[in-house]
Ligand binder design. Structure first.
Ligand SMILES: [Zn+2]
Length: 323
C-alpha cells in the first residue's frame, strides 16, 4: 500500500508564491499561486505559503498525511539543514525560520533550499540538463541567480552559499548593487539593469518605441522588450546586446574555471528575448573561454519556464530519500 505518494513543492519568490502538488510519476496534479506581499513581514508570507500548500491539497483531494515532503524554494542565503533563511533581500528577511511553522502546521517533513539551486536541480533532472553532469543554471530576472550542479550533484559550498553568480563583480566602478557592492553581474546585466539603461536613454531624449508601449519605465516588462525588438528598436537592442555580452563574459569565465558540460539560461527575460540574446552570449563567451573548455559546452535556454524550481523540489525530496 502506497500511502505517501505526493509532495508539495513551493517557489516563494519576491513577487509571487507558486505551489504544486506532484505525484510519484513526477506529474503536477494541482497548482496554487498568490502574490508574496513581502511588505507585511515574514509571518504573513509564511501564512500565504501555508495557504498555497492547503489550496493544492484541496484542489487535488489529497490529504496532508499522504504527503512525503514539503519543499520550499527561497530567494536568499539559507541553511537547508537548520531550516533558517539568513538573508533574503527581495523578501526583507534576516534569520527567519521557515521550516518550523510549516512543519508544525502540516506535521510533514519540510525542507527549504535556495530557489536558484532548486531551479538548477529541476533543469538537471527534468529539463534540458538531463544529460549534463556539470551544469550551471543562470536565472536572469529582477536579479541574477545561479545554481551549480557538479558531478550530478548540487554544489552548496561550505556554508550553503555557493552559486551567488549575481554578485560576481564585473566592474568595481559600476552601478551600485542591492548587496552594497558596485558593478555586480546583476547590477550590470539583469532586467533591472537593462530597464535602467533604457530609462536613462529616454531621459536624455533618445527615441525608442518603449515610450509608446508602456508608461512605467521603472519596470519594463520582458514582453515589452520583446515587442520593442520586433519593431527593431535601436535603444532596446543596444541595451540587450550589452547585457548579453556581460552574460557571455561570465559564462566564458565560468567555463574556464569549471569546464562545464552545459549552461542553461532561464527566467522571464531569457524566455522572451533569448533568441536575440543567445548568439551574442555565445560569441562573447567564446571570446574569453579557453578553446578546450568552450568546445562541446552547450549554452541553452530552459524549457521549464516558471516550473524549474518546482521540479527541483522533486529532486530534493528524492535526494533526502523521502520520495
Ligand atoms: Zn551584488
Amino acid at each position: 500500500l502506497k500511502k505517501r505518494q505526493y509532495i508539495v513543492s513551493v517557489d516563494a519568490g519576491g513577487t509571487k508564491i507558486l505551489a504544486a502538488l506532484i505525484d510519484s510519476d513526477n506529474k503536477i496534479i494541482s497548482r496554487a499561486k498568490k502574490s508574496t506581499d513581502a511588505k507585511n513581514g515574514a509571518n504573513a508570507v509564511i501564512k500565504r505559503i501555508i495557504e498555497c500548500i492547503e489550496s493544492t491539497l484541496i484542489d487535488s483531494k489529497v490529504k496532508a498525511n499522504q504527503l512525503a515532503a514539503i519543499v520550499v524554494g527561497i530567494p536568499g542565503s539559507l541553511n537547508s539543514q537548520k531550516g533558517i533563511v539568513y538573508l533574503a533581500p527581495n523578501l526583507s528577511w534576516r534569520n527567519i525560520n521557515v521550516v518550523n511553522p510549516i512543519k508544525r502546521h502540516f506535521n510533514i517533513p519540510t525542507f527549504i533550499e535556495n530557489d536558484a539551486n532548486l531551479g538548477a536541480l529541476g533543469i538537471h533532472h527534468f529539463g534540458l540538463g538531463k544529460k549534463y553532469e556539470n551544469l550551471l543554471g543562470i536565472f536572469v530576472g529582477t536579479g541574477i541567480g545561479g545554481g551549480l550542479i557538479l558531478n550530478n550533484k548540487i554544489y552548496r559550498g561550505k556554508s550553503f552559499a555557493a552559486g551567488e553568480i549575481g554578485h560576481i563583480v564585473i566592474n568595481p566602478k559600476g552601478e551600485k548593487c542591492g548587496c552594497g557592492n558596485y558593478g555586480c553581474f546583476e547590477a550590470v546585466a539583469s532586467r533591472t539593469a537593462i530597464t535602467r539603461e533604457i530609462k536613462n536613454a529616454i531621459k536624455t531624449g533618445k527615441k525608442t518605441v518603449v515610450t509608446k508601449l508602456t508608461n512605467n519605465y521603472d519596470l519594463i516588462k520582458s514582453g515589452t522588450l520583446a515587442a520593442a525588438l520586433k519593431s527593431n528598436d535601436k535603444i532596446v537592442k543596444k541595451s540587450l546586446r550589452s547585457a548579453s555580452e556581460t552574460i557571455g563574459l561570465v559564462i566564458g569565465n565560468m567555463s574556464n574555471l569549471l569546464d562545464l558540460n552545459a549552461v542553461v539560461l532561464a527566467d522571464g527575460l531569457i524566455e522572451a528575448v533569448g533568441d536575440f540574446m543567445l548568439p551574442v552570449i555565445r560569441k562573447s563567451a567564446e571570446d574569453v573561454a579557453l578553446p578546450q573548455n568552450f568546445k562541446g559546452m552547450k549554452i541553452l535556454i530552459s524549457s521549464l519556464g516558471d516550473d524549474a524550481a518546482l521540479y527541483g523540489g522533486i529532486a530534493l525530496a528524492k535526494e533526502v530519500g523521502l520520495f
